[in-house]
Design a binder for this molecule. Structure first.
Ligand code: PEP
Ligand code: MN
Length: 333
């Protein structure tokens, strides 16, 4: 792809790490969880406490909801942001919330630690520019009719304003398939890693719209090298004011998180074995996972880090990209 002056990945580029209040997306595996919409203080606080206990590193919740119908619940606005602020003070979780209007970017940014630009606004260029000027970390969701090139160009708008803190989020696209709410395009994970240095998260909640698909699609996203997940969780999904069919109960979320950890442990063990082989100078017998970021980083680090550090970084890299091939490997062969 031409023209991706700032978001494009050049040979030798390592993946960018986006720091959100000390949570380092691209370095550690990050799950953002919380309700689709902030509905009340009790609903948000109870959800926040539960998702934190289950291992989520950020809290999501919409105060401004882009809804299909103008008569549907539009979000609590400022009141919702204040509730999120209280949840942050009680749990310490950074806040992820959507901004839908250019005029709101600066003041919503006072409550949000990670400002979300939703699928419907992906190509709202004035909103992108404003988000860029705000300097806040931005979670840029893929538009439901957008190609990878269009999506990365939207990220480019933000970076062109001097804001390098962009995380991409695949959330499914419209296809002829109507069984699922959207078609979750997991092929974008290795594609983004090949074309860009920006981290990519996956939202299987909007990506499928179906509760029982959230865990398998989350596992698949991890296996494909996603840097994190965004998951909708509600204390009582049937009573939710938006997206009730795709929100997990806290206990379902906690059970899923345990299974995600099992997969990441399995993948981390493979990568640690590879780092060990590099330390010993042995040839690698299994296919290399993302040799630029995992193996060479591990090899380089051997000289300066303790074993624990090497294992920690190998583990982080494993969750990030074990299944991604180095897109430049062929060129270097
Ligand atoms: C959301 O995450 O609240 C949302 C509306 O998602 P999307 O923009 O992907 O539809
Ligand atoms: Mn939702």
């Amino acid at each position: 792809m031409n023209n991706l002056k700032l978001t494009g990945r050049k040979p030798g580029d390592l993946g960018s790490v986006i720091d959100v209040c000390g949570v380092r997306v691209g370095e550690e595996f990050v799950v953002i969880a919380g309700p689709c919409s902030v509905e009340s203080e009790e609903q948000t606080l109870r959800t926040a406490v539960a998702v934190k206990a289950a291992g989520a590193k950020m809290l999501r919740g919409g105060a401004f909801k882009p809804r299909t119908s103008p008569y549907a619940f539009q979000g609590l606005g400022l009141k919702g942001l204040k509730i999120l602020d209280k949840a942050k003070r009680e749990t310490g979780l950074p806040i992820v919330t959507e901004v839908v209007d250019t005029r709101d970017v600066s003041w919503v940014g006072e409550y949000a630690d990670l400002l979300q630009i939703g699928a419907r606004n992906m190509q709202n260029f004035s909103l992108l520019r404003e988000a860029g000027k705000s300097g806040k970390p931005i979670l840029l969701k893929r538009g439901m009719y957008s190609t990878l090139e269009e999506w990365l160009n939207c990220a480019e708008y933000i970076l062109a304003e001097g804001n390098a803190s962009v995380i991409l989020c695949e959330r499914g696209i419209r296809t002829f398939e109507t069984f699922t709410r959207n078609t979750l395009d997991l092929s974008m994970i290795p594609a983004v890693h090949a074309e860009s240095h920006l981290p990519i998260m996956v939202d299987p909640s909007h990506g499928t719209g179906i509760k029982y698909m959230i865990e398998p699609m989350s596992l698949a996203a991890i296996a494909a090298g996603a840097d994190g997940l965004e998951i909708e969780v509600h204390i009582d999904p049937p009573s939710a004011l938006s997206d009730k069919d795709q929100q997990l109960r806290p206990e379902e979320f906690a059970a899923m998180m345990r299974r995600l950890d099992d997969l990441r442990d399995f993948m981390g063990e493979r990568l640690e074995a590879e780092a060990e082989a590099i330390r010993k100078g042995d040839a690698i017998s299994t296919p290399a996972p993302r040799s630029d970021m995992a193996s060479s980083a591990a090899a380089k680090d051997v000289a300066t880090q303790t074993d624990t550090d090497v294992n920690a970084s190998a583990h982080a890299d494993a969750t990030r990209s074990i299944a991604s091939r180095d897109p430049f490997a062929d060129a270097m062969d």
